[in-house]
Design a protein around this ligand. Structure first.
Ligand code: ADP
Ligand code: ZN
Ligand code: ZN
Length: 745
């Protein structure tokens, strides 16, 4: 008997299926999904692999499988899913398998939950893709260092002692990697089980209102029937969606089945989890998120696998939790872009959830206050059943939204980034001891620096992108590769000292606010203040508990948390998300403005929202003002149809990169020609565009080109793309294929 084995390795060229002989001693015990040890090439150590299938004979001379490793074995479904994903998302099977493996190496796992309060944690300092490349190119020579990096690729953010244990290395190895800037060591307060000492009051089912009851009954019927069906629960924030989720999960438990609930990572707050614990108790719930130590992650994994935990709450990758007996998957805030992975494997958790529900005969429930345009379209077509909640469950009112035309401010001589109206309202709010949130979706101080004399702008030396000025460090930073340089005082082109700063980021906004309201307390939240040490949770808690007057922040302020004392929300520049060159610019603008507006006046106090913009007539801004999703949808779907954008087609982005631009161009054209041939031969209905430099045509010293295809992503198109790519010799040139990417740059 011959086993087909996929080797579990980060090295791309051995990431293929190999045939191995099954020795007679193993015939009868070996199964698909088993983890095995096998000899490979001239290496002394055995490699680890997974059995993905069997066949009778092979054309090659085969080596024997050495051993089946006990402990972890994946299920047949896992392997099937991994194979499907590799095809669908144009990536390696072993990268997909990794998503389904338990964290850490089994033999070494022990109960090493943290005992101390402060611990050193190790994080990768560079992009995973870059590190993988260095590994492939043999830049890292030391075996121990390689072991550590390979381990971190799968387990970023692990405590130093855990890391040493799992990789059998010492302090010296870690220090060496730190010196080479592959990793960083961060001292962190360890949050032990945040629920251990808390006395969480048990809650019981509320009496559902009419609409909630209808929604509940419909989904419940499918849970009982054990039938796949997709639902979209569309209801404004506070309309009682979570209560419906809770009661449906209750039904799943009654059938002794398991439920998965996906939420965006940033919404996965202790308060959110608490509501589930309050209803079902701590024991049944597993929470999967990136801040768990590896021991804790393994614990959760084991409890899910054993069937002890029947409710799994987690971000995108929780879709791979090792459950059996699935009864329901819920995807809350289903419009959120975090469900689409922007790293390899570039999977879409919503698409996979549908696949998993189908094979398990379980319903899938999507929920949102601002559904994804594509989901709503499917609901309109009847492919998804629409369930509506039209009223806020606790009868609080929607905030009052006002649009301020910034062009008029300029005419009236107000050059500040705060309009007169917003200024007055902030002042009043401070006086009344109420809190304000100011939202600006750009970080840093100034977005670009330009010479007034000759028009020279400072660009990153590694990327074709303007650098952002950061005031505190007095430095220019590249937001793509992290490159920093000294601030400019003299133009390098014409020696002029007339250097001007354009565009405002959150840093500048904070400086301005401190100038305008010197007595007000402020706190800022963006990628620069939220670090591995200082979680976004901590900043929000501080804002809430210390009653800080003004919270200034990027997108991060939009999600999670109830702030009962926030009565004013100011959007400083609604236009920033409109200017992005992406077919979803309007959709994102609408979603984000609607969500920001929802932060004001959530309890008894009435809320006020100010949206400042240079495009007061834009329909996404106006629909957000009215909090009118239906109107927004009507306009947007009409435009999408006219322009042939999703949901009327899919956009497939093939990005090619290399330090040599010549290689990028050559390979791009080879892919293009090969794919064109394939498409024409198979008569696939898709529009293929000629290769062109990507919008950001150089990142980290690598030139980037892209090939765009517009058409439905059918099996025949997937096959054509895979076949075309297999026929090309890439050598050192990299590529990836992304379907409906969350970022088109
Ligand atoms: P959403 O998830 O849509 O934001 P929630 O489920 O959090 O809405 O409900 C908002 C608030 O209304 C919560 O405080 C919740 O306890 C309350 N609520 C929800 N459903 C009901 C109901 N049927 N009766 C009374 N209160 C409800
Ligand atoms: Zn100049
Ligand atoms: Zn850069």
């Amino acid at each position: 008997m011959v086993a087909q084995i996929i080797i579990n390795s980060n090295v791309k060229n051995i990431n293929k299926i190999f045939d191995y002989n099954v020795p007679t001693s193993l015939v009868g015990t070996i199964c698909v999904g088993d983890r095995v040890l096998i000899p490979f090439g001239k290496k002394k150590e055995l490699e680890e692999g997974f059995v993905i299938g069997f066949k009778e004979t092979s054309d090659y001379e085969l080596k024997d499988i050495q051993k089946i490793e006990d402990g972890i074995n994946l299920t047949k479904e896992n392997i099937e899913l991994a194979i499907l994903m590799a095809k669908r998302y144009f990536c390696n099977i072993s990268d997909c398998i990794k998503l389904m493996l338990p964290p850490g190496t089994l033999s070494k796992v022990q109960d090493n939950r943290v005992k101390e309060k402060k611990l050193n944690f190790i994080y990768l300092k560079q992009d995973i893709e870059d590190i993988k490349e260095d590994i492939e190119n043999n830049i890292i020579k030391s075996d121990k260092q390689l072991r550590v990096l390979n381990f971190l690729i799968d387990n970023d953010g692990i405590s130093k002692s855990d890391l040493e244990l799992y990789t059998d290395t010492s302090n010296a190895v870690i220090k060496a990697l730190e010196k080479k800037e592959y990793i960083e060591i961060v001292e962190k307060e360890v949050e032990r089980d945040p629920f251990s000492n808390k006395n969480i009051k048990k809650t019981t089912n509320l009496i559902l209102n009419n609409e909630q009851q209808i929604a509940f009954d419909k989904v419940k019927a499918e849970i009982i029937k054990e039938n796949f069906k997709e639902f979209l629960l569309y209801g404004v924030t506070g309309s009682g969606k979570t209560e419906v989720y809770l009661q449906l999960i209750g039904e799943v438990l009654k059938k002794d089945k398991t439920a998965i609930m996906l939420v965006p990572e940033i919404s996965l707050t202790p308060q959110m989890v608490e509501r589930f614990i309050a209803r079902f108790g701590k024991e049944k719930i597993a929470v999967l998120h990136s801040k768990l130590s590896i021991g804790e992650r393994y614990d959760q994994w084991r409890k899910i696998k054993s069937g002890e935990c029947k409710i799994i709450i987690g971000a995108r990758s929780a879709i791979f939790a090792p459950i059996s007996n699935l009864g329901l998957i819920i995807i809350d805030e289903e419009h959120d872009s975090s469900y689409k992975s922007d790293m390899s494997p570039r999977y879409n958790a919503k698409e996979l959830a549908k696949y998993i529900c189908k094979i398990n005969n379980a319903p899938l429930l999507l929920g949102s206050a601002t559904p994804d345009i594509s989901s709503f379209y499917m609901a309109e077509k009847g492919e998804i059943e629409l369930l509506k909640l039209t009223n806020r469950a606790n009868n609080s009112n929607l905030p009052d939204v006002e649009i301020i035309d910034l062009r008029k401010e300029l005419i009236n001589g107000n050059k500040s980034i705060i309009s007169t109206r917003l200024y007055e309202l902030i002042e009043e709010n401070i006086k009344n001891k109420k809190q304000t949130i100011l939202f600006l979706n750009r970080r840093g101080f100034s977005t670009f620096v330009m010479c007034r004399e000759c028009g020279y702008t400072v660009k990153c030396k590694n990327c074709n992108i303007t650098m952002t000025y950061h005031l505190k460090e007095n430095k220019l930073k590249c937001h793509y590769c992290g490159y920093e340089q000294k601030n400019l005082t003299v133009c390098p082109e014409c020696n002029s000292k007339n250097i001007k700063y354009f565009g405002s980021g959150t840093q500048k906004l904070e400086t301005e606010i401190n100038k305008l309201f010197p007595n007000a307390s402020t706190i800022r939240m963006d990628v620069d203040t939220v670090s591995k040490k200082n979680s976004h949770e901590e900043i929000l808690n501080k804002f809430k508990n210390e009653n800080v007057d003004i919270l200034i922040g990027t997108q991060m302020v939009v999600k999670g948390h109830h702030f009962p004392n926030v009565t004013l929300v100011g959007v400083i520049a609604a236009d920033s998300s409109l200017q992005v060159e992406d077919y979803r610019a309007q959709e994102r603008t609408f979603q984000i403005l609607t969500q920001v507006a929802g932060r004001a006046g959530r309890e008894n106090l009435p809320g006020k929202v100010i949206i400042q913009t240079y495009n007061p007539d834009d329909f996404s801004i106006n629909c957000a003002k009215e909090q009118n999703y239906d109107k927004f949808y009507e306009t947007e779907i009409y435009l999408r149809k006219q322009l042939n954008y999703p949901p009327f087609c899919d956009i497939i982005n093939i990005v090619v990169s290399d330090v040599q631009e010549e290689n990028v161009k050559n390979i791009s054209y080879k892919i293009y020609k090969e794919l064109l041939k394939n498409i024409e031969y198979n008569k696939i209905n898709v529009k293929l565009y000629k290769p062109l430099p990507a919008p950001i045509n150089k990142i980290k010293n690598k030139y980037r080109w892209r090939i765009v295809a517009k058409g439905k992503i059918t099996n025949s198109l997937i096959q054509a793309i895979n076949n075309s790519l297999e026929n090309i010799k890439f050598k050192n040139t990299k590529y990836y294929v992304d379907t409906n990417p969350s970022n088109m740059s």
